[in-house]
Design a protein around this ligand. Structure first.
Ligand SMILES: Nc1ncnc2c1ncn2[C@@H]1O[C@H](COP(=O)(O)OS(=O)(=O)O)[C@@H](OP(=O)(O)O)[C@H]1O
Ligand SMILES: [Mg+2]
Ligand SMILES: [Mg+2]
Ligand SMILES: [Mg+2]
Length: 349
């Protein structure tokens, strides 16, 4: 009996220690995402579309994008100085525009404890230039995912994830404009989703620190499923999503939403399928657009893969270059959804 106790004790201690270690990363990530979300909310509420700059890829980038990346990166760097960061933005264009740069500095300093100089802010943004890869640990940040949603006054998210040896271990999504209950759009808004690998998925509101465990839906008949997809028609790939829905017998209109908020609503059971079909042969999905959200769905009991059924591979650099598109479901209807995706994609060959 004593021998048995001796054998299990070290195991217990190991589990406890690993949870504690993860707890620091989780707490810092939550703090960073909440502060960046606060910054985004300030801009969101006083949005002036003239403040957007057109980047080469024509996606709108706002002062909030840069400010949020500066805030998250500086908080991460203070807590984990050796951790590299794969962030969406860099400061090259910002450095050419002093007026925007001054706004970013003021905005970032409005949510951090110790004010940073312009130079410190630019350096913090550029901490995000890591290339990613298969070894070691790094963070990946999308300071505002769904910039188009942000500019339209709809859904956007601050998305942060920790990747260790190619596996997503922690994901935190701040969704400042997401209704706490999707069916009550006039009710409270602001949701924070957190998932640690092996420890489940959680949601809290911005107004309260109380977390509740979340789970995907129980929908087991694909015909009853609710689809969630991007607002951009282009991401639905010329009616292919509609064909897939029709093969599954789905008659309900899809919920269209920008950003990784889609993973959040799937994880908490408000939708059953998130479909992201490949938009072009050459587009590679970015790791920061999927890392946190895909872990969240898995930890809530769902499944994620690409349109060919391959696991999302976060070990190949800044993009998911081995994958095409994304399919995320509540798990129960995953096989039927994948079968319909296969059929519709095969018709195109
Ligand atoms: N051509 C193309 N194909 C696929 N994906 C693209 C493409 N262009 C951009 N992006 C990325 O989509 C991110 C926004 O995803 P959403 O799901 O919010 O899309 S949508 O805006 O509702 O269409 C968006 O993230 P943000 O830039 O952070 O908003 C982009 O990384
Ligand atoms: Mg972008
Ligand atoms: Mg994005
Ligand atoms: Mg972004």
């Amino acid at each position: 009996m004593l021998g048995f106790v001796r054998r299990i004790r070290p195991v217990k201690r190991y589990i406890h220690m690993s949870t504690l270690l993860l707890a620091k990363e989780r707490a810092i990530a939550v703090e960073a995402v909440l502060r960046a979300s606060k910054l985004c909310q300030t801009v969101f509420q006083h949005l002036v579309s003239a403040e957007t700059i057109s980047k080469k890829d024509k996606s709108p980038v706002t002062v909030a994008d840069y400010g949020a990346q500066a805030v998250v990166n500086s908080i991460l760097h203070a807590a984990f100085p050796n951790d590299p960061i794969v962030g969406e933005e860099d400061s090259s264009e910002l450095q050419q525009n002093k007026a925007t740069c001054d706004k970013v500095v003021d905005l970032a300093n409005s949510v951090v404890d110790s004010p940073m100089s312009t130079d410190e802010i630019l350096k913090a943004i550029d901490l995000g230039m890591y290339t990613g890869g298969p070894k070691g640990r790094f963070w990946t940040l999308d300071p505002i995912d769904g910039t188009k949603g942000f500019l339209r006054g709809e859904q956007f998210a601050v998305c942060l994830a920790l990747i260790v040896d190619g596996q997503v271990q922690l994901g935190v999504l701040g969704c400042p404009n997401l209704p706490v209950e999707l069916s009550k759009p006039d009710g409270e808004r602001g949701c924070l989703f957190t998932a640690v690998k092996g420890e489940g998925a959680y949601m809290r509101t911005f107004a309260s620190t109380e977390e509740r465990r979340i789970h995907v839906s129980n929908t087991s008949n694909p015909a009853d499923a609710l689809f969630c997809e991007s607002v951009e028609a282009g991401h639905s790939s010329q009616g292919d999503a509609a064909k897939i829905a029709s093969l599954l017998g789905i008659t309900k209109p899809s919920v269209r939403m920008d950003s990784q908020c889609k993973y959040g609503v799937l994880a908490r059971g408000d939708a059953d399928i998130y479909l992201r079909l490949p938009v072009s042969a050459t587009y590679e999905e970015k790791i920061w657009d999927h890392a946190g959200g895909s872990l969240l769905v898995q930890e809530a009991g769902g499944q994620t893969c690409d349109v060919y059924g391959k696991p999302l591979d976060f070990s190949l650099g800044r993009t998911l270059r081995a994958n095409k598109g994304v399919v995320a479901t509540n798990g129960k209807i995953h096989d039927q959804v994948m079968e319909a995706v296969r059929k519709v994609l095969a018709e195109k060959q």
